[in-house]
Each structure stands twice: as C-alpha cells, then as structure tokens.
Write a protein that binds this ligand. Structure first.
Ligand SMILES: [Zn+2]
Length: 183
C-alpha cells in the first residue's frame, strides 16, 4: 500500500477492495496496532467504508482486506443514518456484559449463517479517523457487531466460535467449495 503510486492521475475516490474469504491465512492471524495516522491509513479507512457499504455489510475489519492492522468500521444502519458510522482504530473493550444468541454471518464467509453467543452490551474505546479518543456503547446488534469485528482483529471468525457439528458442517462445505474452485 503506497500513497504516491499513480501520481496526479490517481483517483482520490474510495476504492472497493476484494474481501478475503475464510481459509485465507491473513484472516486467521492477529492484527497489529496502528502507529501514526498516515494518509495511507486514512485512505484504507475510506476504502473499508466503501467496501462495507457496497458489500453490503454492517462491519468490516482490516484483516478482511488483507491489511493486518487493528482497525474496524461498523454501521448497523447500513448507511441510512449518517451518524451510524463508527470507525475504530486500536479498539479495546471497556465493558462487556450479558449474553445474546442470534443468527450471524460474515462478509468473509459468504452464504453461511449460524447462531453465535455474544455479549448483550459492549463498550469499546479507540481512536477515530482523526486520532481522537472515542468510546461507543453498543447494545443488541451493535454489541454483536463490536464483538464480531474485535474477533477479526484477533484472527477469529464466527465459525471458530461454533462448536461440534455446526462448525464441522460449515468447514466441510467450504472445503468442498474450495476444491471445486467456487470459494
Ligand atoms: Zn466478519
């Protein structure tokens, strides 16, 4: 990822980037903290937002684009409410409580859903795009999204949170699709 690439003709429009799928090594490794908020990081965030909305999804993490950095974007309103967009750099949990059991999917595991245990309420803190500290409280779906994206930063996908036959079935189907060149 370089900034100068392309020179003056380089488009400043956000770019939709390909989303890595389950099985790609980069999704299964922990991401490292972001250092300086460089123009490259800002560009990455713009691309993450664009890629998330285009998918469409309610969240996307750096590793899903093959960038091993601790950044995620979330918008449970799918862009309907401009204040719904949350960008978190180097996020940490402040609080987690309760439990919810809902169906969940992932842009990196297209076509598969499963019921995953998540906290009912989660508070995360981190930097926004401008390097300002922020804390966000999420309940229900937003708490679920926070936990899902935080998991991505640790190399964990929702499939890894499943147990027994549910997990085996999804992994088996993905392997079959991979062998058939359809994954
Ligand atoms: Zn995901």
């Amino acid at each position: 990822m370089r900034l100068a690439e392309g020179g003056p003709e380089r488009s400043l429009q956000p770019m939709i980037r390909p989303i890595l799928k389950y099985g790609d090594r980069q999704l299964h490794e922990p991401a490292r903290p972001v250092g300086d908020l460089t123009p490259e990081i800002d560009r990455l965030i713009a691309d993450m937002i664009d890629t998330m909305y285009t998918a469409p999804g309610i969240g996307l993490a750096g590793p899903q684009l093959g960038v091993p950095l601790r950044i995620f974007v979330v918008d449970v309103t799918l862009g309907r409410d401009p204040s719904g967009l949350i960008v978190m750099i180097n996020p940490e949990f402040v609080e987690r409580e309760g439990m919810q059991l809902e169906d969940e999917g992932c842009l990196s595991v297209p076509g598969f859903n499963a019921t995953v245990v998540r906290p009912e309420r989660a508070v995360v803190k981190g930097l926004d795009r401008h390097g300002v500290d922020h804390e966000h409280e999420g309940k229900g779906l937003l708490a679920r999204a926070f936990q899902h994206e935080m998991d991505h930063l640790d190399g964990t996908l929702f499939v890894d949170r499943l147990r027994g036959i549910k997990r085996d079935l999804i992994v088996k189907k993905i392997k079959k699709l991979t062998r058939a060149g359809k994954w």
